[in-house]
Write a protein that binds this ligand. Sequence first.
Ligand SMILES: Nc1ncnc2c1ncn2[C@@H]1O[C@H](COP(=O)(O)OP(=O)(O)OP(=O)(O)O)[C@@H](O)[C@H]1O
Ligand SMILES: CC(=O)N[C@H]1[C@@H]2OC[C@@H](O2)[C@@H](O)[C@@H]1O[C@H](C)C(=O)O
Length: 403
Amino acid sequence: MNPYLARLHQIASQPSRRIIGLMSGTSLDGLDVALCRLTGHGPGTQLVLEQFRTVPYSDDTRARIRTVFAREQVSLEYLTLLNPWLGSLHAAAILDCLREWSIAPAEIDLIASHGQTVYHAPQHQHQRADFPRNATLQLGDGDHVAVETGIITLSDFRQKHIAAGGEGAPLAAYGDFLLLSSPDEERLLLNLGGIANFTYLPRAGGDASTAFSTDTGPGNTLLDATVRAQRPGLQYDEDGRLAAAGQVHEGLLAALLDHAFFAAPLPKTTGPELFSPAFLAEAQQRSGTSHLRLEDTLATLAELSAVGVARAVRAAFAERAIPAAVYTSGGGAHNPALLAALGRHLPEARFGSTDALGVPGDAKEAILFAVLANEAVAGQPISIGAGRQRVPAVSMGKISFPG
Ligand SMILES: Nc1ncnc2c1ncn2[C@@H]1O[C@H](COP(=O)(O)OP(=O)(O)OP(=O)(O)O)[C@@H](O)[C@H]1O
Ligand SMILES: CC(=O)N[C@H]1[C@@H]2OC[C@@H](O2)[C@@H](O)[C@@H]1O[C@H](C)C(=O)O
């Protein structure tokens, strides 16, 4: 038998596993590295987050990713070169973290590597009749991560979800369901990343088939792009100060909301391919707001993110009251202007942070991939959608051996 298969069998048989989850999202701020100890599998999974660090991307790395990121036309050579380069970059970041934490690679069982999404193309967005399928592309080849760290690596988690009828995202519901379901309350888990999404969790022991997650529209992506364009040197509107100093422009908001995505049925996904500077420029032109003050544009974009969330939440619970317990995560949870707008549009919600549930919001997505890898190796296909096509019961992740 291949010795790595024997090692994998042994890892799967252990009561607990040490798994490094990696995530780098649409904000391109860096690589989130979450060292998790996962005991058991399935709904009994116990998480201890042993270490967490965000390894910031350098300006050079950001520039390389932006060369292809969310662009319809790119150099095929550049894309080909970037794939192993990012794998090596992520491997080096892991080795650096392990050195800092005084942990030897041999003490880690698995790496769960999301990779860098460079293009997300659900069919409702690309609308090409010649390719009537959903598609998504993450770079950062898993074989490079495995060989350069010496650790068995799972990667490319989204393709199985698409092959089984999903859009490849959001995958959050699978991890949220296993880690954060509560017998005491139904919950909404609201992640405010570049793109915003939420998971609905029924009470633990309730009807698991009703759990799902969906994107809702932009989170920080349009805010960040606008700040970067108008305040070179700034990456984002720190603590939402600029947005808080502005006024929402109703005309611009209406023009931004005038897109089929906001009315499309749930669950749905999107990305910066749609919510791009060109999307904003077009809405500004239609509403005659191209010369609005930066502060007013940012206030309007924060409002847009909040309205997107509120519309999707209300659409999901059209027949009844929304779950009151809402737990936020992701970088946007640090933006008071965004949180204030959410409070205005979901006044009946009680907002808390997932930190209070033992899952730090900044680490939550990296933890998700560790949980998915744990299930792929030691568990079962995760069944939350009762076989519903867009929430398939699948195990996710491709396995790379270090040799
Ligand atoms: N103190 C802060 N004030 C305002 N905004 C903040 C603050 N801290 C983080 N952010 C926002 O959070 C962003 C990073 O969020 P996060 O890391 O959750 O995104 P991501 O994981 O890349 O996105 P996605 O979940 O869409 O993949 C920053 O670009 C910024 O917009
Ligand atoms: C294609 C892709 O990378 N999507 C990300 C992105 O970031 C937020 C939102 O858009 C979500 O759909 C997803 O990530 C999280 C981890 C998810 O799959 O749940």
